[in-house]
Design a protein around this ligand. Sequence first.
Ligand code: SF4
Ligand code: SF4
Length: 98
Amino acid sequence: MDQYEKALEKMSEMSEEQLSTLIDMQKKRICICKDCPSYNQCMAENNEGLFCFLGKSSCDLDLIQCKCGECPAHTNFLMKYESYCRKGSEEDQRSKEN
Ligand code: SF4
Ligand code: SF4
């Protein structure tokens, strides 16, 4: 089990409240989507982010560039994919490998 899978397992053991607090905190602290040219007004209005865990954006978007490769979460959790707002979470993209 790698770092990303361990994080998913920990999240699955949390209460809804703990998970929602963690998600809000990490959207602010670690996620750099807000600095990405692909991050648009709709995403900001919906306070979206952390797509690597939460999956695709609910907004229409133009994928201009992806900064996930520069994000500490991407490194810490040994993620392999990018463009999560368009292509789905790391878990979703991994599941399409096979
Ligand atoms: S890897 Fe991308 S989606 Fe995930 S927290 Fe970092 S910037 Fe946000
Ligand atoms: S997931 Fe990647 S492309 Fe989408 S907003 Fe975040 S950094 Fe930009």
